[in-house]
Structure formats: C-alpha cells, structure tokens
Design a protein around this ligand. Structure first.
Ligand code: BJW
Length: 256
C-alpha cells in the first residue's frame, strides 16, 4: 500500500526509521529535479520542452539527419541555459544523503551535470551529458576548443570524419544506452534496499524499469513528485511536492 504525504504534513516515522537503517540506497532522478534550477522538464504541459518542440525532430538520429543545424542550435541554447543556472537544494540534499548513507548510487536521466556540481560522486548518467560533443559518424570525442574555433558554424563539422558532424553526447530515442552504465544501474537496483525516485514521469525506458527491478528484488520505494506518475503504484511512500523541498527534509530527518 502507498502512503502519500503532502508538504504540510509530517514525515511518516516508519519512513524515517527505514531511511536510517537502509544499507544500500539508489536515487533515480529525472528532469523534475532540475526544474527548480530553471531548467524546463520535457513533458510538463505548459513549460515542458515537448509542449513546444517535437521530440522526433530534436531528440532522434533521424531528426538530426534531416536538420542537423536546427538540432545543434537547440542543444547550444540548452547548454547556455544550463551554464546560466546551477544546482538546487534537491541536488545538494542528494549529495548530503550520500555522505550519511555510504554506497548511495545516483542514477540520473538528466544531462545537465548538476548532481556532480552539487557534490555527488557516484553518478551514472544514463542519457549522457550535454556539455560533451561527439562525432556523428565515429562517436569520437570532440574537444570544446574545436567547437570554439567554429563559433559561427551550425552544424559544426567533425574533426574526425569528412561527412561527420558535431553532436551532443546524449542518448536520443531509438539509440542504445551505454551497456556498462546500464549494467551498473540495474546491478545497483537489484542490490539496494531503498530506491528513491525523484522528478521523473517514468515513461522513458529502460530507465523507467529501474524502480520495478529494485522493488522486485525486495527494495522499498520513495517517490518524490508533485503529481502521480507511471511509477507511483510501486511506491511505499509518495512525497507529494517539489524535490527541492522534500529531499532536504529527508536529510534533516536523519539527524533527528
Ligand atoms: C518535479 C518537479 C519538481 C516537475 N520536483 N518533480 C519499452 C517500452 C516502450 C518503449 C520503449 C521501451 N524500451 C525502449 C523504448 C523506446 C524508447 C522509449 O522509452 N519510449 C517511450 C517514450 C515510449 N526508449 C529509447 O528509445 C531509449 N533507447 C533504447 O531503449 O534503446 C534500445 C531500443 C530502441 C528502440 C526500441 C527498443 C529498444 C533511449 C531513450 C532516450 C531518451 N532521451 C531523452 C533526451 C536525452 C537528451 C536530452 O536531454 O536532450 O531523455 S528524452 C527525455 O525523456 C530525456 C529524459 O531523460 C527522459 C525522461 O524524462 P524525465 O526526466 O522523466 O522528464 P519528464 O519531463 O518526462 O518528467 C518530469 C517529471 O518531473 C514529471 O513527473 C513532473 O511532475 C516532475 N516534476 N517539477 C519534483 N519541482
């Protein structure tokens, strides 16, 4: 059974005592965790990227092949937005939790690098990192100095292949996730006794399968989200509200 708790209610003592005794914790995050930093989510009806842009045009290999300049410009705009914003109290709370719960693994679908900036060390970036660029043909890294040397080009040619173009090192729909990272994520899910799922709609696979794998292997689950999601039915506790409010409250509860 799921216990839902709203921000004006006290934390369930059962949750707090479970958190204190948890030996192995996985935190799965999505775009909602960065929303309070000012980075839009994908699927929120008003502000989400997909409310204004077609994901098939901007986040697929076919979309990039059709109009690489459009896709490159969109990612450059997002890079700038991310560079102008910073991690929030939710990211910092996850890093603090790891200080108190050694072995905590952060699995993120986000490409903004905010968990590392906030101090988290063990972070599996399932969908890549927007700050890195690779060659569309060879997938070799392209250094920032090469991009800086082509400031007015869009798309930017690749230094590694005559027909290659620079693209962000992120995972688009229809592309496979890095096998090693995914293996490490599922291994952590199978081994954990608590999975905290924050700020994700839980619709994009294989990331969305991680909480179910953890729960099937005996873990309990806390979901942090203002709304119900595809994953809510798996949760033991639903902390209803924003992650920058709830995650610091979880950290505080450890010292009470
Ligand atoms: C707050 C908040 C606050 C708001 N506090 N919360 C199995 C079944 C069906 C389909 C598939 C399947 N397996 C694979 C597929 C196909 C596909 C897929 O999942 N499609 C579904 C959409 C139907 N998956 C793939 O193609 C993946 N590749 C793959 O599996 O390869 C093998 C294969 C290929 C083809 C067929 C079968 C197998 C790759 C997925 C790549 C996703 N890429 C993107 C873009 C990354 C780069 C970039 O950033 O530009 O990743 S799409 C986008 O969605 C991004 C996100 O990481 C991802 C997840 O979104 P997220 O983080 O959950 O954000 P939102 O917006 O959806 O939700 C935000 C949540 O926050 C909401 O719930 C809010 O309420 C909440 N929130 N404010 C806390 N303050």
């Amino acid at each position: 059974m799921t216990l839902s708790i709203s921000v004006d209610e006290a934390l369930d003592p059962g949750l707090t005592s479970f958190l204190k005794t948890a030996r192995s914790v996985v935190v799965l995050t999505g775009a909602g965790v960065s929303a309070e930093s000012g980075v839009p989510t994908f699927r929120d009806a008003q502000q989400g990227f997909w409310a204004r842009h077609d994901p098939m045009q901007l986040a697929t290999p076919d979309g990039f092949a059709r109009d690489p300049g459009l896709v490159w410009d969109w990612y450059q705009w997002r890079r700038k937005l991310i560079a102008e914003t910073s991690p929030n109290a939710g990211h910092r709370a996850i890093a603090e939790l790891a200080g108190q719960l050694p072995g905590l693994v952060v699995i993120t679908q986000n490409v903004d690098g905010f968990h590392q900036l906030a101090g988290s060390r063990h972070v599996l970036e399932l969908h890549g990192n927007i700050q890195r660029s690779i060659c569309s043909r060879t997938r070799r890294d392209i250094p920032a100095s090469w991009l800086d040397a082509h400031p007015d080009r869009s798309p930017v040619p690749s230094p590694h292949h005559p027909q290659g173009l620079a693209r962000p090192d992120v995972v688009w729909f229809g592309e496979s996730l890095d096998e090693k990272l995914l293996g490490a994520a599922f291994a952590a899910a199978q081994a954990c006794d608590l999975v905290i799922v924050a700020g994700t709609s839980g619709v994009v696979h294989p990331a969305a399968s991680i909480p179910a794998v953890a729960v099937e292997h005996g873990a309990r689950m806390i979901e942090v989200n203002p709304v119900q999601t595809e994953l809510s039915r798996l949760a033991d506790w639903r902390l209803v509200g924003p992650s920058a409010t709830w995650l610091p409250r979880l950290v505080e509860s450890l010292s009470k």
